[in-house]
Write a protein that binds this ligand. Sequence first.
Ligand SMILES: [Cu+2]
Length: 166
Amino acid sequence: MMALTKIFPLVLLLLITTTTAADKLDVHNAWARETPPGTRVMAAYLTLKNPSAKGYTLTGLSSPDFKRIEMHRTEQHDGMSKMLSVPQVTLSSKGNAVFQPGGMHLMLISPKKRLRAGDNITLTLFFSDEHSTKSSLEISLPVKKATANTRHTLHNEQHDSHSRQH
Ligand SMILES: [Cu+2]
């Protein structure tokens, strides 16, 4: 009985530290852009805030609704916009990571069904902290129609041509 009471608090502490690591991060403005029927890729956006004293690295994402999720960034070169793959994103202590139209964004590839405005997408974000401890965060984001200031027909076309390179 003595031994049990000594072990129990330690087990509890271990459980807490492994499950809450990425829960310290805040997710804001998460949404995915509705695409026309037959489109094989969707763009999604969100802002990650890290109010904690620890730094994190976003190492990847997955979703049961898509075959694959990639992180991209859009850059302007000689008046042409071009998408580059971003392997991982550093989220320093008290720092932000912003995925937004025209900048860094999430590319949701090969949807398993047509997703329309009003639907929700489940995403799992995978993190590694300063000590290489892995954690994950599951979020749900709404699909929305693009508004006037987020609509870039050209950008969508490039998403299509980009996906064919894979
Ligand atoms: Cu992209």
